[in-house]
Design a protein around this ligand. Structure first.
Ligand SMILES: *Cc1c(COP(=O)(O)O)cnc(C)c1O
Length: 233
């Protein structure tokens, strides 16, 4: 029964993504769903992959390592995304396992990743996490600081820097989250001008606010709870 529930949840999310994409004047394919599987057992992840969801996100490196191993039989149909804080001592083990790190939250971490990436033939991409809501509990560059660091960011040439990521403040509704998303899009444009990097990706939007994020230009949405609603342990 859980498999049917997960498929139904996925199809509902997919329809909502497509409708929001239309409102933003883009095709549904312009938005990539990253299914956030944190705290979810791998038996619930398999039916999602069977639906064609290949991008999976975890926010703790150790949980990502564990799940990547448990789902290794799925091979290239799964691409792992790290969406939470990465400590420097976990960089070496994490880099080869992931296709995208959404949560690069400091210049120091970016430089560590850049050094490690230089030793890999096909390093993953990264997004720079910006704290657009100003909450002290959130990781990431302050908006002005990411612009101040433009030159240093552009100097990291081994690690592909593909975009920006943000989270709206805790407890915001979809509508009150909108200014965070607008802010991230504007910062992306300004940082693109200052660095010459393409920065095509905007990773923004979760279960409670992904439609608004898409309306404001999200290319990656990170969705967990909406995909696992009503699934029984
Ligand atoms: C948990 C998490 C999500 C998904 O949140 P839901 O509300 O369950 O969709 C997205 N992004 C990050 C960084 C997260 O930690």
């Amino acid at each position: 029964m859980n498999e049917e529930q997960i498929r139904a949840n996925f199809e509902r999310v997919q329809r909502r993504i497509a409708a929001a994409a239309r409102r933003s004047g883009r095709p549904a394919e312009a938005i990539r769903l990253v299914a956030v599987t944190k705290r979810v057992p791998v038996e619930w992840v398999r039916p999602l992959v069977a639906c064609g969801v290949g991008d999976l996100g975890e926010n703790y490196p150790q949980e990502l390592w564990r799940k990547a191993e448990a789902l290794a039989d799925l091979g290239a149909s799964v691409r792992w995304h790290l969406i939470g804080h990465l400590q420097s001592n976990k960089v070496k083990k994490t880099l080869p396992l992931v296709r995208l790190i959404h949560s690069v939250d400091s210049l120091k971490l970016l430089r560590t990743l850049d050094e490690s990436a230089a030793t890999l033939s096909d390093p993953p991409g990264v997004c720079l996490q910006v704290n657009t809501s100003g909450e002290v509990s959130k990781h990431g560059w302050a908006p002005q600081h990411v612009l101040d660091d433009a030159e240093a960011i552009a100097g990291c040439r081994a690690i592909p820097i593909v975009g920006l990521m943000t989270m709206a403040a805790l407890g915001t509704t979809a509508e009150t989250a909108r200014p965070s998303f607008v802010r991230l899009r504007d910062l992306g444009e300004e940082l693109r001008r200052r660095t010459g990097l393409p920065l095509a990706e905007l990773s923004m939007g979760m279960s409670g606010d992904f439609e608004v994020a898409i309306e404001e230009g999200a290319t990656l949405v990170r969705i967990g709870s909406a995909l696992f609603e009503g699934v029984e342990p």
